[in-house]
Design a protein around this ligand. Structure first.
Ligand code: SF4
Ligand code: SF4
Length: 277
Protein backbone atom coordinates (compact mmCIF):
# COMPACT_ATOMS: atom_id res chain seq x y z
CA UNK A 1 0.00 0.00 0.00
CA UNK A 2 1.46 3.35 -0.98
CA UNK A 3 0.64 5.72 1.83
CA UNK A 4 2.07 7.98 4.50
CA UNK A 5 0.80 9.60 7.65
CA UNK A 6 -0.12 13.26 7.95
CA UNK A 7 -2.07 15.35 10.41
CA UNK A 8 -1.68 19.10 10.89
CA UNK A 9 -0.56 19.60 14.50
CA UNK A 10 -2.71 21.86 16.64
CA UNK A 11 -0.94 25.10 17.53
CA UNK A 12 1.88 24.55 15.02
CA UNK A 13 2.65 27.64 12.92
CA UNK A 14 5.79 26.49 11.13
CA UNK A 15 4.43 26.63 7.60
CA UNK A 16 2.72 29.95 8.42
CA UNK A 17 6.09 31.40 9.40
CA UNK A 18 7.77 30.34 6.16
CA UNK A 19 8.43 33.33 3.90
CA UNK A 20 5.84 34.08 1.27
CA UNK A 21 2.35 35.44 0.92
CA UNK A 22 -0.99 33.66 1.21
CA UNK A 23 -2.90 33.50 -2.05
CA UNK A 24 -6.66 33.54 -2.07
CA UNK A 25 -8.62 31.25 -4.35
CA UNK A 26 -12.20 31.94 -5.42
CA UNK A 27 -14.45 31.75 -2.38
CA UNK A 28 -11.65 31.90 0.22
CA UNK A 29 -12.50 35.46 1.26
CA UNK A 30 -16.23 34.63 1.61
CA UNK A 31 -15.48 31.66 3.89
CA UNK A 32 -13.03 33.60 6.06
CA UNK A 33 -15.34 36.65 6.25
CA UNK A 34 -18.26 34.46 7.38
CA UNK A 35 -16.01 32.86 9.98
CA UNK A 36 -15.10 36.31 11.33
CA UNK A 37 -18.72 37.50 11.21
CA UNK A 38 -18.05 40.28 8.72
CA UNK A 39 -19.16 41.01 5.19
CA UNK A 40 -17.00 40.01 2.23
CA UNK A 41 -16.46 43.64 1.21
CA UNK A 42 -15.30 44.55 4.70
CA UNK A 43 -12.96 41.54 4.71
CA UNK A 44 -11.52 42.63 1.37
CA UNK A 45 -10.88 46.18 2.50
CA UNK A 46 -9.25 45.04 5.74
CA UNK A 47 -7.33 41.91 4.76
CA UNK A 48 -7.00 41.55 1.00
CA UNK A 49 -4.59 43.06 -1.49
CA UNK A 50 -4.55 42.66 -5.23
CA UNK A 51 -1.38 41.51 -6.95
CA UNK A 52 -0.51 41.25 -10.64
CA UNK A 53 -1.68 37.63 -10.68
CA UNK A 54 -4.41 37.37 -8.11
CA UNK A 55 -5.60 38.19 -4.61
CA UNK A 56 -3.51 37.79 -1.44
CA UNK A 57 -3.90 38.26 2.29
CA UNK A 58 -2.38 41.62 3.09
CA UNK A 59 0.70 40.88 5.21
CA UNK A 60 1.47 42.80 8.37
CA UNK A 61 4.99 43.81 9.40
CA UNK A 62 6.26 43.10 5.90
CA UNK A 63 5.63 39.37 5.50
CA UNK A 64 3.59 38.16 8.45
CA UNK A 65 0.14 36.71 7.78
CA UNK A 66 -2.54 38.88 9.46
CA UNK A 67 -4.07 35.79 11.08
CA UNK A 68 -0.87 34.32 12.50
CA UNK A 69 -1.04 34.36 16.30
CA UNK A 70 1.37 32.91 18.82
CA UNK A 71 -0.95 29.96 19.47
CA UNK A 72 -1.81 29.20 15.86
CA UNK A 73 -4.03 30.37 13.04
CA UNK A 74 -6.81 32.76 14.10
CA UNK A 75 -9.05 31.47 11.30
CA UNK A 76 -8.03 27.81 11.54
CA UNK A 77 -11.46 26.45 10.55
CA UNK A 78 -11.66 28.85 7.60
CA UNK A 79 -8.08 28.65 6.31
CA UNK A 80 -7.56 29.74 2.70
CA UNK A 81 -7.16 26.91 0.18
CA UNK A 82 -3.39 27.37 0.01
CA UNK A 83 -3.01 26.79 3.78
CA UNK A 84 -5.60 24.00 3.93
CA UNK A 85 -3.80 22.01 1.23
CA UNK A 86 -0.27 22.28 2.66
CA UNK A 87 1.84 20.09 2.28
CA UNK A 88 -0.06 18.71 -0.72
CA UNK A 89 1.34 21.33 -3.06
CA UNK A 90 2.27 20.06 -6.52
CA UNK A 91 5.85 21.31 -6.17
CA UNK A 92 6.17 19.20 -3.01
CA UNK A 93 4.14 16.14 -3.96
CA UNK A 94 5.68 15.80 -7.42
CA UNK A 95 9.33 16.21 -6.39
CA UNK A 96 10.80 13.63 -4.09
CA UNK A 97 13.61 15.93 -2.96
CA UNK A 98 11.06 18.51 -1.81
CA UNK A 99 9.67 16.02 0.69
CA UNK A 100 12.94 16.00 2.56
CA UNK A 101 12.80 19.74 3.27
CA UNK A 102 9.08 19.52 4.01
CA UNK A 103 9.55 16.67 6.49
CA UNK A 104 12.11 18.79 8.34
CA UNK A 105 9.70 21.72 8.46
CA UNK A 106 6.35 20.03 9.11
CA UNK A 107 5.91 18.00 12.30
CA UNK A 108 2.56 16.76 10.98
CA UNK A 109 4.18 14.39 8.48
CA UNK A 110 4.53 10.91 9.91
CA UNK A 111 1.67 11.46 12.38
CA UNK A 112 -2.09 10.94 12.21
CA UNK A 113 -4.11 8.92 9.72
CA UNK A 114 -2.70 7.20 6.66
CA UNK A 115 -3.05 9.21 3.46
CA UNK A 116 -3.07 7.22 0.24
CA UNK A 117 -0.75 8.52 -2.47
CA UNK A 118 -3.69 8.82 -4.86
CA UNK A 119 -5.38 11.10 -2.32
CA UNK A 120 -2.25 13.26 -2.04
CA UNK A 121 -2.14 13.56 -5.82
CA UNK A 122 -5.83 14.55 -5.92
CA UNK A 123 -5.20 17.28 -3.35
CA UNK A 124 -2.24 18.53 -5.37
CA UNK A 125 -4.53 18.66 -8.38
CA UNK A 126 -6.99 20.73 -6.33
CA UNK A 127 -4.15 23.18 -5.67
CA UNK A 128 -3.43 23.45 -9.41
CA UNK A 129 -7.11 24.06 -10.11
CA UNK A 130 -7.39 26.69 -7.38
CA UNK A 131 -4.30 28.61 -8.51
CA UNK A 132 -3.92 28.00 -12.25
CA UNK A 133 -1.77 31.13 -12.62
CA UNK A 134 0.89 29.48 -10.40
CA UNK A 135 1.06 26.25 -12.32
CA UNK A 136 0.62 27.44 -15.87
CA UNK A 137 4.27 26.70 -16.55
CA UNK A 138 4.01 26.74 -20.33
CA UNK A 139 2.79 30.36 -20.34
CA UNK A 140 5.50 31.40 -17.92
CA UNK A 141 8.24 30.01 -20.16
CA UNK A 142 9.06 27.34 -17.57
CA UNK A 143 7.69 24.34 -19.36
CA UNK A 144 10.84 22.23 -19.55
CA UNK A 145 13.85 22.17 -17.31
CA UNK A 146 15.37 19.06 -18.87
CA UNK A 147 15.01 15.30 -19.16
CA UNK A 148 16.94 12.90 -16.98
CA UNK A 149 17.03 9.12 -17.06
CA UNK A 150 15.36 7.54 -14.01
CA UNK A 151 16.25 3.90 -13.38
CA UNK A 152 14.20 1.62 -11.12
CA UNK A 153 15.87 -1.35 -9.43
CA UNK A 154 14.41 -4.40 -7.72
CA UNK A 155 15.78 -3.81 -4.24
CA UNK A 156 19.45 -3.58 -5.26
CA UNK A 157 19.64 0.16 -5.95
CA UNK A 158 22.18 0.63 -3.14
CA UNK A 159 24.48 -1.90 -4.82
CA UNK A 160 23.94 -0.16 -8.18
CA UNK A 161 24.85 3.24 -6.69
CA UNK A 162 28.15 1.82 -5.39
CA UNK A 163 28.79 0.19 -8.77
CA UNK A 164 28.19 3.38 -10.79
CA UNK A 165 30.22 5.44 -8.34
CA UNK A 166 33.22 3.23 -9.12
CA UNK A 167 32.52 2.39 -12.75
CA UNK A 168 31.76 5.96 -13.87
CA UNK A 169 33.47 8.03 -11.15
CA UNK A 170 29.98 9.27 -10.35
CA UNK A 171 29.22 11.58 -7.45
CA UNK A 172 26.22 10.93 -5.18
CA UNK A 173 24.37 14.26 -4.86
CA UNK A 174 21.43 13.00 -2.84
CA UNK A 175 20.15 9.74 -1.45
CA UNK A 176 17.22 8.87 0.79
CA UNK A 177 15.94 5.51 2.01
CA UNK A 178 12.27 4.54 2.22
CA UNK A 179 12.65 4.48 6.01
CA UNK A 180 13.92 8.08 6.11
CA UNK A 181 11.22 9.30 3.76
CA UNK A 182 7.71 10.48 4.63
CA UNK A 183 6.41 7.40 2.78
CA UNK A 184 7.91 4.54 4.81
CA UNK A 185 5.19 2.12 3.69
CA UNK A 186 6.51 2.13 0.13
CA UNK A 187 8.98 -0.66 0.75
CA UNK A 188 11.63 -2.08 3.07
CA UNK A 189 13.15 0.70 5.21
CA UNK A 190 16.65 0.17 3.77
CA UNK A 191 15.49 0.39 0.13
CA UNK A 192 16.36 3.55 -1.79
CA UNK A 193 13.50 6.01 -2.21
CA UNK A 194 15.54 8.31 -4.44
CA UNK A 195 19.14 8.89 -5.46
CA UNK A 196 20.63 11.55 -7.70
CA UNK A 197 24.03 10.77 -9.22
CA UNK A 198 26.19 13.24 -11.11
CA UNK A 199 28.03 11.64 -14.02
CA UNK A 200 30.19 14.18 -15.81
CA UNK A 201 27.80 17.01 -16.68
CA UNK A 202 24.73 14.74 -16.55
CA UNK A 203 22.43 13.62 -13.79
CA UNK A 204 21.16 10.07 -13.38
CA UNK A 205 18.28 9.37 -11.01
CA UNK A 206 17.43 6.00 -9.51
CA UNK A 207 15.41 4.22 -6.86
CA UNK A 208 14.13 0.85 -5.75
CA UNK A 209 10.85 0.20 -7.50
CA UNK A 210 8.17 0.49 -4.77
CA UNK A 211 6.05 -1.99 -6.73
CA UNK A 212 8.98 -4.40 -6.60
CA UNK A 213 8.73 -5.26 -10.27
CA UNK A 214 11.38 -3.14 -11.96
CA UNK A 215 11.87 -4.36 -15.50
CA UNK A 216 15.36 -4.38 -16.92
CA UNK A 217 16.37 -3.95 -20.52
CA UNK A 218 13.66 -2.49 -22.74
CA UNK A 219 14.43 -0.28 -25.69
CA UNK A 220 16.24 2.55 -23.94
CA UNK A 221 20.02 2.83 -23.54
CA UNK A 222 22.02 5.39 -21.61
CA UNK A 223 24.55 6.94 -23.95
CA UNK A 224 27.87 8.21 -22.68
CA UNK A 225 29.69 10.65 -24.93
CA UNK A 226 33.39 11.44 -24.60
CA UNK A 227 36.48 12.16 -26.67
CA UNK A 228 39.16 10.21 -24.86
CA UNK A 229 39.56 6.63 -26.24
CA UNK A 230 41.59 5.45 -23.23
CA UNK A 231 38.89 6.70 -20.84
CA UNK A 232 36.21 5.14 -23.05
CA UNK A 233 37.97 1.76 -22.78
CA UNK A 234 38.10 2.01 -18.98
CA UNK A 235 34.41 2.96 -18.67
CA UNK A 236 33.38 0.20 -21.06
CA UNK A 237 35.37 -2.38 -19.15
CA UNK A 238 33.96 -1.15 -15.83
CA UNK A 239 30.37 -1.32 -17.06
CA UNK A 240 30.95 -4.77 -18.58
CA UNK A 241 32.08 -6.33 -15.29
CA UNK A 242 29.40 -8.91 -14.48
CA UNK A 243 27.30 -7.71 -17.42
CA UNK A 244 26.88 -8.69 -21.08
CA UNK A 245 28.73 -7.05 -23.94
CA UNK A 246 26.24 -6.40 -26.75
CA UNK A 247 28.77 -4.88 -29.14
CA UNK A 248 32.48 -4.78 -28.27
CA UNK A 249 34.10 -1.37 -28.09
CA UNK A 250 35.76 -0.63 -31.43
CA UNK A 251 36.20 1.87 -34.25
CA UNK A 252 33.12 2.56 -36.38
CA UNK A 253 32.42 4.82 -39.33
CA UNK A 254 31.07 7.51 -36.99
CA UNK A 255 33.18 7.11 -33.89
CA UNK A 256 36.72 6.55 -32.81
CA UNK A 257 35.35 3.95 -30.44
CA UNK A 258 31.81 2.71 -29.88
CA UNK A 259 30.46 -0.20 -27.84
CA UNK A 260 27.27 -1.39 -26.19
CA UNK A 261 26.85 -3.30 -22.98
CA UNK A 262 24.08 -4.42 -20.62
CA UNK A 263 25.56 -4.01 -17.15
CA UNK A 264 25.07 -6.46 -14.28
CA UNK A 265 21.75 -4.79 -13.42
CA UNK A 266 20.42 -5.14 -16.96
CA UNK A 267 20.82 -1.41 -17.70
CA UNK A 268 21.95 -0.89 -21.30
CA UNK A 269 24.74 1.56 -22.08
CA UNK A 270 26.31 2.95 -25.23
CA UNK A 271 29.83 4.29 -25.00
CA UNK A 272 30.49 6.63 -27.90
CA UNK A 273 33.91 8.19 -28.23
CA UNK A 274 34.94 10.82 -30.76
CA UNK A 275 38.55 11.37 -31.75
CA UNK A 276 40.45 13.62 -29.32
CA UNK A 277 40.41 17.27 -30.34
S1 SF4 B 1 3.97 22.84 9.43
FE1 SF4 B 1 2.66 21.04 9.17
S2 SF4 B 1 1.83 20.63 11.20
FE2 SF4 B 1 2.64 22.73 11.23
S3 SF4 B 1 0.87 24.01 10.71
FE3 SF4 B 1 1.93 23.55 8.80
S4 SF4 B 1 0.88 21.75 7.99
FE4 SF4 B 1 0.34 21.91 10.15
S1 SF4 C 1 -4.21 32.01 7.16
FE1 SF4 C 1 -3.78 30.83 9.00
S2 SF4 C 1 -2.86 28.94 8.22
FE2 SF4 C 1 -2.70 30.45 6.59
S3 SF4 C 1 -0.69 31.41 6.83
FE3 SF4 C 1 -2.20 32.66 7.93
S4 SF4 C 1 -2.12 31.93 10.02
FE4 SF4 C 1 -1.19 30.36 8.75
Amino acid sequence: MQSFRFECQKGCVRCCEAPGVVRLAAGDADVAARHLGMGTDEFHSQYVMKGADGLFLRPVEGTRCPFLLADGCAIHEAKPTQCRLYPFWPEIVETRQSWRKTVELCPGIGKGPLIQIEDAVLRAREMKTAFPECYDFANRGLNMLGVNPYIAFSGNCREAIAFYKDALSAEVLFTQTMGDSPMPDMGPAENIMHCTLKVGDSVLMMCDDPRGGAASGGNISLAIGLNDPARAAVLFENLSAGGTVIMPLGKTFWAEAFGMVADRFGVKWMVNCDAPK
